[in-house]
Design a protein around this ligand. Sequence first.
Ligand code: FES
Length: 152
Amino acid sequence: MKQDKLSRRQFVQLTGSFLIASMSASTFLTLFEGCQKEDSNPVRPPQGTTFTIKLSENPELSQIGGFKTFNVNSTPIIVFRTGQTTFKALSMVCTHQGCTTNWINSSQQFQCPCHGSKFDKDGKVIQGPATQNLTTFRTEYKSDTNEVIIYF
Ligand code: FES
């Protein structure tokens, strides 16, 4: 026997299912959008560009162990002097959702203020939620001009 009308019970079940499905979809979308946060800081300056640091103008880098932060095309980077003629440069942009990490010199770690990720002095993840290391850049010391070139 064919029924043309929904019983009250069927109607309640059907609308309840529809509401639950709608809420699940919107909840999913909200969560998904949260994960897709636009990075306000790009992880790196445009690829193929360089940044030149004159050591005569940056006394923080005159000693081995010295470091200084720079803002290159809206990307915060940090440069360490690791030897007489060697330097290390890293992006300070957290690979989780793009917050700027803080360099904690006493513990030799980068710490992200947003969700607690930590990275060692080489940018390796030591605590999540980040799963990717900080971006590192090649450096070159020019003894003739006493400059450091950072290659992005
Ligand atoms: S943005 Fe750094 S831990 Fe989330």
